[in-house]
Design a protein around this ligand. Structure first.
Ligand SMILES: NC(=O)c1ccc[n+]([C@@H]2O[C@H](COP(=O)([O-])OP(=O)(O)OC[C@H]3O[C@@H](n4cnc5c(N)ncnc54)[C@H](OP(=O)(O)O)[C@@H]3O)[C@@H](O)[C@H]2O)c1
Length: 245
C-alpha cells in the first residue's frame, strides 16, 4: 500500500519509513527537510495515498505553541486526506497525557481531538517515552556539571518497536483508540539518564529533581505509565543501549 509518513525524518518516523519500505509499501515522507511544511495550508498532495502515519512533533513546552503546531498539522493532513480520499489516519500520541497538565501535552490532546472528530477513519496509539528520551533529557537541563532530570516513573520503549506497531496498524485499517504500547519494564528516568551518560561517555552528575506542581506530581505518581491492558515491547533500555552505542 502507499503510506504517507508525516514526520518521517524524526526519531520514530525514520524507523516507520524504513520498516514500511522493508515490508514492500510505497512511502511518501512529509517533513520540512523533504520540502513539505505541514503547518502551511495547501502544501501537501496525498493523491494515491491509502494511509497517513502522523509522527510529527515540535520542540516546545508552551501550550499555545504546541496547540498551534498540532492544530495546523492535523487540519492540513485531514483536509489533504479528504481531498485525496485517503481512508486512514494513524496518529501516535503519548500515554497518560490527559492526567498530566503540561503545555506540550495540551497540544497533543488537541491533535487527538481533531483526528478522532475528523472526517477520516482513524487509529490512535499512545506510547510511553522512547529509549532515546533519557539522553535527550540529560542534555536538555544542564547546570554547570549537573544534569537535572525530573523524578519520573516511565516504561521506556524502543522507538523502532513503536514504529513497527504503527506500520501494523496502518496495514490493519482504522481501529479507533487501540491499547497503549509500553516498554518491557518500569524504570526511573534519572537511572536511565545515568546509564545513557555512562554508555555514551558524557561527563557530569545526574541529579534527580522533583518538579513542583501538578505536572511534577504526575511524573512521579505513575500517571505517565501505560494504562491497564497495554501491549509491551521486548527490547529493554540496556539492550537498546548496547545495540545503539
Ligand atoms: N519522544 C518520545 O519519547 C515520544 C513518546 C511517545 C510519543 N511520542 C510522539 O511521537 C511523535 C514523534 O516524536 P519524535 O520524538 O519522533 O519527534 P522528532 O524526532 O522531533 O521528529 C519530528 C518530525 O516532525 C517533522 N516536522 C516538524 N515540523 C514540521 C513541519 N512544520 N512540517 C512537516 N514536518 C515537520 C520533523 O522533520 P523536519 O524538521 O524536517 O520538518 C521530524 O520528521 C510526536 O508526536 C510525539 O508526541 C514521542
Amino acid at each position: 500500500m502507499r503510506i504517507a509518513v508525516a514526520g518521517g525524518t524524526g526519531v520514530v518516523g525514520r524507523h516507520v519509513v524504513e520498516l514500511a519500505r522493508a515490508r514492500g509499501h510505497e512511502v511518501d515522507v512529509l517533513s520540512r527537510s523533504k520540502g513539505v511544511d505541514l503547518t502551511a495550508a495547501g502544501t501537501v498532495d496525498l493523491t494515491g495515498v491509502e494511509a497517513i502515519v502522523d509522527v510529527t512533533s515540535v520542540s516546545t513546552t508552551i501550550a499555545s505553541k504546541a496547540k498551534a503546531f498540532f492544530t495546523a498539522t492535523a487540519r492540513n493532513l485531514l483536509a489533504a486526506g479528504q481531498a485525496a480520499g485517503v481512508g486512514h489516519y494513524v496518529l501516535l500520541s503519548i500515554a497518560g497525557i490527559d492526567g498530566a497538565p503540561f503545555g506540550y501535552y495540551a497540544g497533543k490532546l488537541e491533535q487527538e481531538r481533531l483526528v478522532s472528530e475528523g472526517s477520516m477513519p482513524w487509529t490512535i496509539l499512545r506510547a510511553t517515552q522512547f529509549h532515546e528520551f533519557a539522553g535527550q533529557i540529560h542534555q536538555r537541563m544542564k547546570v554547570g556539571p549537573l544534569s537535572l532530570v525530573p523524578a519520573m516513573r516511565s516504561q521506556p520503549i524502543a522507538a523502532r518497536e513503536v514504529a513497527s506497531r504503527l506500520v501494523d496498524l496502518a496495514e490493519a485499517g482504522p481501529a479507533g483508540r487501540v491499547p497503549d504500547l509500553a516498554g518491557p519494564q518500569e524504570e526511573r528516568m534519572a537511572d536511565l539518564s545515568r546509564r545513557w551518560a555512562k554508555a555514551t561517555g558524557k561527563k557530569g552528575i545526574v541529579v534527580e529533581a522533583a518538579i513542583p506542581g501538578e505536572f511534577g506530581q504526575a511524573m512521579r505518581d505513575g500517571t505517565l505509565l501505560a494504562r491497564p491492558g497495554a501491549e509491551h515491547g521486548s527490547q529493554t533500555f540496556d539492550q537498546w543501549l548496547q545495540s545503539a552505542h
